[in-house]
Ligand binder design. Structure first.
Ligand code: GMT
Length: 376
């Protein structure tokens, strides 16, 4: 198939999932065309089936806001015709589903009816999309997609609760490509630069937005390190970094925290980690938790959104109510204080991650593409 993919080309989960999906489809022999504002950060796989078309927005001083939607719709119209695309798969509703709908209408003038698959990722529904400023446009774009998917059951429920949806919404979980997973056995990991012998390593990876509750990460670590000699690695950058930094200072744990900033080496970091912390306010899926599990790292998380579908309480880690840092710290200590128990959870986390292996998920998207192409 000739598949067009639209996504945010950034480090965010939706962009990562879209890029890895495109790379895997290309590897299977499909022609994959990314239509995005920049080259997706993870698009590093040289393959003659992969193509990238940049959406260029002319900077005109009259515009207070540059009309990216318009530029994207036009680029989609051009790409569908030029590369004979069979289907457009848009990730994150705002503004991608809307721009794709506009492209679909324009293409009808050329006798083309391009099917659109929209994948909802989370904040496009729960935080931003349901805001009255965007809601009518988001609802309209979902209802006018040829197929709609969400990355968890919880996000499907949220979508049906927050919007008046007339379409069938199918759950297709996020995935891990274990083949791309470097073969880091925990024993090969060089920990000495980050922690003293005998110290445990806790990790948090996110865009450090308020929804991630990064200050809870610091509070959990503050409680844990009182009982267990340990270090905390914080990966990512975002608006809450300073607050986290100040709190770490206030609680006297700053020396034990390593702020790494944005990193491409998540898998290597997971290899070094004993525990992953994800105390988010809301999380449609929690790709970072799955990446941790694939790196043999158990997860201490909140029980919100799609997290209970990924992190299985008492098996791959533990779940607590949002904001209950004491319970999260208690669970973390329970795991870290007993090496045998920790090893069991590491193994279980790794095994459980395999239910989300790309081999299981990719055929679901291929089947969906075939179905919408046929119906068109
Ligand atoms: O919040 C983020 O980490 C970024 C955001 C995005 O849109 O890229 O992530 C959302 O999509 C990911 C991929 O499907 C999910 O794993 C995240 O749980 C989801 N974030 C939220 O729901 C807050």
């Amino acid at each position: 198939m000739n598949i067009g993919i639209v996504c945010y080309p950034t480090y965010g989960g939706s962009g990562v999932v879209a890029t890895e999906l495109g790379m895997a489809l290309a590897q299977k022999g499909h022609q994959v065309h990314f239509v995005t504002s920049h080259q997706p950060v993870k698009l590093n796989f040289l393959n003659h089936n992969l193509h990238f078309h940049e959406v260029f927005v002319e900077n005109y001083p009259l515009f207070h806001y540059q009309p990216y939607n318009l530029a994207l719709s036009s680029k989609l119209v051009e790409s569908v015709q030029k590369y004979k695309l069979d289907v457009l798969h848009v990730h994150y509703a705002i503004p991608h589903a809307y721009a794709a709908y506009m492209a679909k209408q324009m293409l009808k003038d050329f006798g083309i009816d391009i099917p659109i698959v929209t994948t909802l990722h989370g904040t496009d529904i729960t935080l931003v999309g349901s805001h009255p400023v965007y809601k009518p446009a988001v609802e309209f774009s979902i209802n006018h997609s040829d197929a709609v998917t969400t990355v968890s059951k919880s996000l499907r429920d949220d979508t049906l609760r927050l919007f008046n949806i007339k379409k069938n919404v199918e759950v297709i979980y996020n995935f891990i490509d274990f083949e791309q997973q470097e073969d880091w056995s925990k024993e090969d990991c060089v920990r000495d630069t980050l922690a003293e012998p005998g110290e445990k390593i806790l990790t948090h990876v996110s865009n450090l937005r308020p929804v991630k509750r990064v200050t809870d990460v610091i509070r959990i670590f503050h409680l844990v390190q009182q009982k267990i000699p340990s270090k905390l690695i914080l990966v990512g950058d975002g608006p809450e970094k300073e607050k986290a930094d100040l709190l770490a200072n206030e609680l006297g744990v700053k020396e034990k925290i390593l702020f790494l900033g944005k990193s491409d080496e998540i898998r290597k970091i997971m290899c070094l980690s004993d525990l992953f912390l994800l105390p988010s306010e809301t999380e449609s899926f929690g790709l970072a938790a799955l990446e941790a599990m694939a790196g043999k790292t158990p997860v201490i998380s909140s029980n919100t959104g799609g997290l209970p579908e990924v992190n299985i309480h008492g098996v791959t880690g533990f779940l607590s109510n949002v904001g209950d840092v004491e319970d999260m710290a208690k669970n973390a200590i329970y795991l870290l204080q007993d090496d045998k128990r920790l090893q069991t959870f590491k193994r279980q986390a790794f095994e459980s991650a395999h239910q989300f292996s790309i081999e299981k998920i990719l055929p679901k998207y291929e089947k969906m593409y075939k179905r919408v192409i046929k119906n068109g």
